[in-house]
Design a binder for this molecule. Structure first.
Ligand code: NAD
Length: 360
């Protein structure tokens, strides 16, 4: 099989880490009998430098014409880069928001996985993390409080601000289906998180999730209030498989879940639409402080590439192999500087990519 992948290398460490992910993908292709045609697309600062704007119509068209998008990260040093002297709608990040919108990416997936070898970086007590944890946060990305009507007024000399949290049943149904589909590829458990004891939008969320659950008899599901979920994530993260939640709760819980894994350079992510199409990128930024030094950790991007194989191309076996190769490299004691610890072997970005390829 052949797939078309739009590649946005981006800014800062982006080009270095995406190059390693492509190296690993090509090696996986040789082994598992698929090939990828890459189309390089400019976005963010790299696009501003060439076109004067962070995202062109041509770039959007190239992404739409692909089966998936693989991205590094965009943006520069927000205090010193000339990109941040431009008006907000012309800055690098505006390109990413516009691209997400143009591609209708409504489902954001962020795995939080604790590697046995990196347990030392986890801030939780050992008795809690014994045996590790492996969960996936599925966050609704295009609705809810962040996209609702808002205004600030003054009434009798008192300033007052409104933000509205709205979901219709179709928005809830499409993300819930995505959540249950992902659970079918994992441990078949969904925890739907809401605040149904207070919010109408959460009560509708709960009802629609229950309707969707009927189509997935193999998946067990439960509802959990968001405040309880925030506690359970640090009390007993092992209990979770897929956490399904709305935009703002997901924003907060996904950061909490990723922090308990301990390392920013290891965290992958995906944003999906209603089809198999997705945009895959590391959770971290463009790290301009370490760009061009061959020291950035490429693993988050490599794991994002594995997610692309799994969720956009259904190449689960190849995705499993990449994840296993990452694990093996860590077991063998190799570390980039961000995850370095005593008695381990320090390697650079390229070497880490090569070591993962060797173990595929
Ligand atoms: P950042 O994630 O880029 O960096 C935070 C810290 O983590 C830095 O010290 C950096 O060196 C380190 N780090 C990040 N990724 C690493 C990796 N793979 N290996 C080793 N160390 C790594 O966050 P920031 O400094 O707040 O932002 C820098 C730029 O990235 C800004 O312009 C910001 O807007 C942008 N950004 C982009 C995205 C995206 O493209 N989706 C996301 C977040 C931030």
């Amino acid at each position: 099989m052949n797939y078309k992948v739009a590649v946005i290398k981006g800014d800062g460490i982006g080009p270095e880490i995406v190059t390693e992910a492509q190296k690993v993908l090509d090696k996986a292709g040789e082994k598992f009998g698929f090939s990828l045609d890459y189309k390089e697309v400019l976005m963010g600062g790299a696009s501003i430098d060439v076109h004067g704007i962070p995202l062109t119509d041509e770039a959007i068209a190239d992404c739409k014409a692909s089966d998936a998008v693989l991205m590094g990260s965009i943006g520069g040093n927000t205090s010193t880069s000339p990109w941040y002297k431009l008006e907000p709608s012309k800055r690098p990040e505006a390109g990413l928001l516009a691209l997400r919108k143009a591609l209708n990416l409504f489902a954001n997936l962020r795995p939080a996985y604790l590697y046995e070898e990196l347990k030392g970086a986890c801030p939780l007590k050992e008795e809690i993390t014994e045996g590790g944890f492996d969960m996936m946060i599925m966050r609704e990305l295009t609705g809810g409080l962040y996209f609702g009507e808002r205004k600030t007024i003054e009434e009798d000399g008192v300033r007052k601000a409104y933000d509205s949290l709205t979901y219709d049943e179709n928005e809830i149904r499409r993300i819930a289906k995505r959540g249950f589909d992902i659970a079918m590829k994992r441990n078949k458990k969904v925890t739907s998180v809401d605040k149904a004891n207070v919010l109408d939008s959460s009560r509708l969320w709960r009802k629609v999730v229950e309707e969707v659950a009927k189509d997935y008899p193999e998946v067990s599901y439960e509802h959990m209030l968001v405040d309880n979920c925030a506690m359970q994530l640090v009390r007993d993260p092992k209990q979770f498989d897929v956490i399904l939640t709305e935009n703002m709760f997901g924003d907060i819980l996904s950061d909490e879940a990723s922090m308990v894994t301990g390392s920013i350079g290891m965290l992958s992510s995906a944003s999906l639409n209603e089809t198999k199409f997705g945009l895959y990128e590391p959770s971290h930024g463009s790290a301009p402080d370490i760009a061009g030094q061959n020291i950035a950790n490429p693993i988050a991007t490599i794991l994002s590439a594995a997610m692309m194989l799994r969720f956009s191309f259904d190449l689960d076996e190849a995705a499993d192999a990449i994840e296993a190769a990452v694990k093996k490299v860590l077991e063998d004691g190799y570390r980039t500087v961000d995850i370095m610890s005593d008695n381990m072997t320090k390697v650079g970005t390229k070497e880490m990519g090569d070591l993962i390829c060797e173990r595929l």
